[in-house]
Structure formats: structure tokens, C-alpha cells
Ligand binder design. Structure first.
Ligand code: CU
Ligand code: ZN
Length: 484
């Protein structure tokens, strides 16, 4: 009997997600799975795609996102990701998650990166998961629970202090409950003022819930500048204390006086990796983006405004220009702009490349989907790694680039049957042109679609087609650690 598939992609150059050399083959898909990889000359399908001269990779996994709300908003909201070939997003990073907390007034920064209070409407992760099941996203969602969200709930909004033992115990229970309802890990954002007040012991007490559940600990560390080494030690200590794998978020060495120090940080992480599970994610840019923090401005770090509640017209402009127009110091102008978001040009390109090329590094966008003038990483991170860094600069092979966006990422997070092209895996796929793929978004035009990403499939369904945009499919699912 001849094989009959829903979809066959023929004569593709395959990057299978393992980092092994590319090869030519056909891929057969039935339902939500890849059913065959090889010469499918005898097989037939509902739809056939001739991919001669083009490449197919596993759908990219965005290791670091703030898409908690965007995944609830339908296909248009996820166009920025599907147009990069992304099929799975990890939400709940940097201590910020939409659940489990209900809010009645504007969330304090950086929780407001996800929106105003009406979005924080999920008493439990289970309710959030139900909403995703009822009203599916076009991409798969893998969820972390944020320390800051837990703190706001457990401490009744009074978060500018360390939690009491009782409050930490409440957070631990809420985290354990979320992990039992399909969340996969715990994230902290100890860098941010309200969370800075949490001592290591508080984090360990809450993270204790990870031990029994086998969850992952993910952190935007307390300090990515002068004390970056101390912060890495703290992160490793937390992981060891609760026997959890750790993932350092958007690893960087921030501020000019720390440029070049990735040599030290990578050495420290490497030696720790011999004794405990530790990895890091990185976005491929030398500028970061988060909320605007007037007290942290420095004259040697240029700042571009990404949104402002009182002055939306300032989005996209440089803070120095706004301050000059207003006839005031940048700090005073920043205070007038808040609540607001910003891009900070605070990294060194050689550090970015050294960290990205390291074998423990995986790719995450850290894109901020609700910013009116977002950092270009939201629309461009993945094609930028493939085009600019792998093909044009030769920082690593395209096989390695794909591995850092797929198979390696799936392994770090414990995703089952995703991140690889092989029979039996989920049919999360991206068809792209290795000769032309590149990011289209820039600091001047941040929402431009990538070039060379031709089509994206999620669980066997076509989710994005270049030129046509997002399809109406909503085939995404909740993906959990070591689960289906
Ligand atoms: Cu982040
Ligand atoms: Zn962060």
C-alpha cells in the first residue's frame, strides 16, 4: 500500500535540529505528526510542496518571551513570531506571568509589560490553561510562573520588602499548584526594584516547589553588570538548593565598564556545568529593552523610548532628543514619560557574539509584543541569527544556528517530540530560503516582516505564509515539561 499523507514537502534541504549536517529528503505529515522522512517518491498527499533549493527546519522555539497575553489574542498577535518561523513560545519570563494573580489596579513595573490590570484575570494557572484550551493560540505555549506575580498576590501588593516565611510558603504552594496544572517552571526578575528586595533564601523557599515537580528555574539575574559573577553564583546556588536545572535569561555583560567580561562569565558557567545543569538564552542584539527606569539612566547609555502612557507620541524617539525639546535633564524627562518602556544600548557586540556562539547558548527573542515601538528583536531575532550571524558573519554554521533554536532548546526545557525533524515528532516546521533569510526589523523600522521565511506549520497546520500573513489556524497547544 502506498503512503497517503496530509502534506508532503518534497526535495527539501533538511536541518533536523540536532546540529548534524543538512541532507536532502522529503517530509511526510499526517495529522499533527511527521510520519516519514526520506524518499517519499511513492507516497501521495492532499497537499504537496516542492521545496527544491529551499530548507526545512523544526519550527523555532522562542526560549524567552513575554507572550503570556499575546497568545490569547489570536493569529494577528502572533504574526511577529510566526513570520520568523517560531512555532513555540516560552512565556512567563523575568518573574512576570499573567497568572496566578488577579489585579484591580495598574500593575507596578515591570508587570505592566503585559498590559494593564484587566489582563491579570487568572486566579490560577489552571484558569489560564483553560482559556488557552478554549481559545487556542496559533503557536504552542510553554509556561513559567513569575516570582513577581506570586509576590503581588502573596504580599497583598506590598512588595518593596522581603517576604515573610508565611508569604514565601504561600508562594511555594501556589507555584506547586501551577506546576500540577501544566506550568513547567519558575522565573525570577531579581534585577527589578520590587524583586531586588527578595533575598536568596526567599527565592529558594519558593523554588522548593520545583524539586518534586521536576521544574526548571529561569532567571533575569539580580545583576548583569559589575556583580554579574556574584549573580551567576546566586543562580547556581538556588538551582542546587532545590535540585533544579537552571536557565540564565538573556545572558549579557551590561554597561561599558563590563564590556569583555563574558570571557569570565562563560568560564564560570562552564565549570559549573560540569556539576549541575545550567544553560543560558540570548537575543542577538547589543541593546536590551524593558520598562523605563529613570533612576538607572546613565549618560553613556543611549536610550530610545518604546512606549509611554502620558506621552505616546514619544515612542520611537531618543530620550536625549525629547529632553532637549522639553528643555530639561534626561532624568526629569524620563520621569515625565513614565510609565514607559525603553531600549538601552548597553552591550558590547563581541560579548554578544561570544555568548551566542557558546555551546550552552540558546536563542530567545525577549520581544515585548505590546510596546508601540518595540525593540526589533520582537520581529527579527531568529532570522537575524540565521542570516546575519550564521550565513553572513559565519559565527557558526547554519546547522548550529538551527540547533540553538530548536533541538537544544527543546532539551533544555524538556519538551517531548518537539525541536527535531524525525518520524514521530510533532509537525512544527518552517520552510525557509537559506540564501535570502534575514531580519527585516531595525531600530528605525521595528515591525518589518522577515525575508526568506516562506511558510510555518504548527502541529501540521499552516500558520503563516509569506506575503499572505497569518492564516486563521489556531493549532497551538500548551506544552509542558516532560509531558505530551
Ligand atoms: Cu524578559
Ligand atoms: Zn528580563
Amino acid at each position: 500500500m502506498t503512503l497517503r499523507c496530509d502534506l508532503i514537502i518534497r526535495d527539501a534541504t533538511i536541518f533536523d535540529g540536532t546540529g548534524n549536517p543538512r541532507f536532502k529528503a522529503d517530509i511526510g505529515v499526517s495529522g499533527d505528526r511527521i510520519v516519514a522522512v526520506g524518499d517519499l517518491g511513492a507516497a501521495t498527499a492532499e497537499r504537496e510542496v516542492i521545496a527544491t533549493g529551499k530548507a526545512v527546519a523544526p519550527g523555532f522555539i522562542d526560549a524567552h518571551t513575554h507572550d503570556d497575553r499575546a497568545v490569547l489574542c489570536g493569529p494577528e498577535c502572533m504574526l511577529c513570531k510566526m513570520s520568523q518561523g517560531i512555532t513555540t513560545v516560552v512565556v512567563g519570563n523575568c518573574g512576570i506571568s499573567l497568572s496566578p494573580v488577579r489585579m484591580t489596579s495598574r500593575p507596578i513595573p515591570p508587570l505592566d509589560l503585559l498590559g494593564e490590570e484587566s489582563w491579570f484575570a487568572f486566579d490560577s494557572f489552571g484558569e489560564y490553561a483553560d482559556r488557552l484550551a478554549r481559545d487556542p493560540s496559533p503557536v504552542n505555549t510553554y509556561a513559567l510562573i513569575g516570582h513577581m506575580s506570586l509576590r503581588v498576590e502573596a504580599m497583598n501588593g506590598d512588595t518593596q520588602r522581603a517576604a515573610s516565611d508565611k508569604e514565601a510558603e504561600h508562594m511555594r504552594k501556589r507555584l506547586a499548584e501551577a506546576l500540577s496544572q501544566g506550568a513547567s517552571g519558575f522565573s525570577t526578575g531579581l534585577y527589578y526594584p520590587p524583586n531586588m528586595m527578595a533575598p536568596t533564601e526567599e527565592v529558594i523557599a519558593v523554588a522548593e516547589a520545583l524539586r518534586a515537580a521536576g521544574g526548571i528555574y529561569v532567571t533575569h539575574m539580580r545583576d548583569e553588570a559589575n556583580d554579574v559573577l556574584l549573580s551567576i553564583e546566586e543562580t547556581l546556588k538556588i538551582g542546587r538548593a532545590v535540585n533544579a536545572p537552571v536557565l540564565i535569561s538573556h545572558h549579557k555583560c551590561s554597561m561599558p565598564e563590563n564590556f569583555g567580561r563574558s570571557v569570565e562569565t562563560l568560564k564560570l558557567i562552564e565549570s559549573a556545568a560540569l556539576k549541575q545543569k545550567v544553560d543560558f538564552d540570548i537575543y542577538p542584539y547589543a541593546a536590551g529593552s524593558t520598562v523605563l527606569m529613570p533612576h538607572r539612566l546613565r549618560p553613556d547609555v543611549p536610550v530610545q523610548i518604546t512606549w509611554s502612557v502620558p506621552h505616546p507620541e514619544c515612542a520611537g524617539r531618543m530620550l536625549d532628543d525629547i529632553a532637549r525639546d522639553w528643555g530639561m535633564e534626561p532624568k526629569a524627562a524620563a520621569e515625565r514619560l513614565t510609565p514607559a518602556g525603553a531600549i538601552y544600548f548597553q552591550m558590547d557586540e563581541p560579548d554578544v557574539q561570544r555568548i551566542m556562539a557558546h555551546r550552552l547558548g540558546i536563542i530567545g527573542s525577549d520581544g515585548l509584543p505590546h510596546d508601540s515601538y518595540p525593540h526589533p528583536r520582537l520581529w527579527g531575532a531568529f532570522p537575524r541569527v540565521l542570516g546575519h550571524y550564521a550565513r553572513d558573519l559565519g559565527l557558526f554554521s547554519m546547522e548550529t544556528a538551527v540547533r540553538k533554536m530548536t533541538g537544544q532548546t527543546a532539551e533544555v526545557f524538556g519538551m517531548t517530540d518537539r525541536g527535531f525533524i524525525r518520524a514521530g515528532a510533532y509537525a512544527d516546521l518552517v520552510l525557509f530560503d537559506p540564501a535570502t533569510v534575514r531580519d527585516g526589523s531595525t531600530y528605525d523600522a521595528p515591525t518589518t516582516v522577515a525575508e526568506g521565511i516562506i511558510e510555518t506549520w504548527v502541529n501540521g497546520r499552516s500558520a503563516y505564509v509569506y506575503g499572505a500573513g497569518a492564516t486563521a489556524e489556531r493549532a497551538g497547544r500548551l506544552v509542558s515539561r516532560n509531558g505530551a
